[in-house]
Design a protein around this ligand. Structure first.
Ligand code: NAG
Ligand code: NAG
Ligand code: NAG
Length: 288
């Protein structure tokens, strides 16, 4: 696991930068796909130039604020995605910032924690060019959604059998509130994220499980609460020229506030469906 946390805001920006850089230079990746991240191996410039050469040259998609108005931007196709302006992510204020459980783009198995990311990378060969811009959580959404990563390098936030147990669906389970089956957790492969800022977030700047060949370059990751770059079980992941920190210093709510938000969501859904039933030993009838 690679996890970078830098807590101190003062004490010399330059000293911090030097410390971050020397740490980052160590956070490099094994030599083949079966390796996990090795925090002690040296930075290989060869690997970086290999990774540059592998930069995908597919279709170009330009992203602006309106592309995020309905929720997480799910990258499901290879290509180059360019931010055209700063994004302050806070979708669906009309629905208390939750996805609709019936929305096929946001099935409960993947989005039961709400919009847990600004962008999910669910395809291989993806370049995210931040283009000098910032991707951050909108202030109000930051308060209300305590579980958010600017970029998630997978289609789901937890691997099977991990996470919030009663809600963490497994591959092949029946999808809730809509048809279909829960897809496998899929870590992204061959991702290049570069040149911009990942700002205010209630969890992390970049989060991923089981991602491989990830190259993060010239990115400032700041104002997060949990971690700057958090990659579990990454293979051939490189972080270069990035600045991580300072953390968010506002932290507006306790974890219990987040629990209350989820409780409110699920109890209101219960109320609004016919799930309330009166059961005898032999059969159940819906309570009107
Ligand atoms: C990958 O690296 C591991 C550990 O260094 C080694 O045992 C394994 O043989 C390597 N696999 C390939 C396909 O090179
Ligand atoms: C958001 O949803 C509305 C209503 O369904 C739709 O008209 C609009 O095109 C969607 N916007 C994006 C960017 O997907
Ligand atoms: C991680 O990815 C590898 C290679 O794609 C796959 O074989 C493995 O099952 C994945 N592990 C998890 C926990 O999803």
């Amino acid at each position: 696991m690679v996890q970078m946390r830098h807590v101190r805001r003062d004490g010399g920006r330059r000293a911090l930068r030097v410390a971050v850089m020397s740490f980052l230079v160590q956070v490099i990746v094994g030599s083949n796909d079966t390796d996990t991240c090795d925090e002690n191996s040296a930075l290989s410039t060869k690997r970086i130039s290999d990774s540059r050469r592998r930069r995908p040259q597919h279709q170009i998609t330009r992203l602006s604020q309106r592309d995020f108005q309905n929720g997480t931007y799910r990258i499901k196709e290879s290509g180059r995605y360019i931010l055209m302006e700063d994004i302050h992510f806070g979708p669906r204020p009309d629905n208390d910032y939750w996805p609709e459980p019936q929305d096929p783009n946001y099935p409960a198995s993947q989005f039961y924690l709400g919009f847990f990311a600004g962008i999910t990378v669910e395809a291989d060969n993806v370049e995210i060019d931040l283009n000098g811009h910032t991707l951050a959580q909108h202030k109000e959404f930051y308060l209300l959604q305590r579980f958010w990563n600017a970029i998630e390098l997978a289609n789901r936030v937890f691997v099977d059998n991990e996470g919030v147990s009663s809600l963490n669906f497994q591959e092949g389970d029946k999808e809730q509130f809509q048809s279909g089956r829960v897809p496998a957790m899929r870590g992204a492969r061959k991702v290049h994220i570069h040149d911009g800022t990942l700002g205010l977030s209630s969890h992390s700047g970049i989060h991923g499980n089981n991602a491989s060949q990830v190259y993060i370059e010239n990115v400032i990751v700041r104002d997060w609460e949990v971690s700057g770059i958090h990659l579990n079980g990454c293979r051939r992941c490189t972080v270069k020229g990035c600045e991580v920190g300072p953390t968010s210093s506002q932290v507006p709510a306790r974890a219990t506030f987040s629990n209350a938000r989820f409780l409110e969501l699920y109890t209101s859904r219960l109320k609004s469906t016919t799930l309330l039933q009166h059961c005898t030993a032999h059969h159940c009838t819906a309570v009107p």
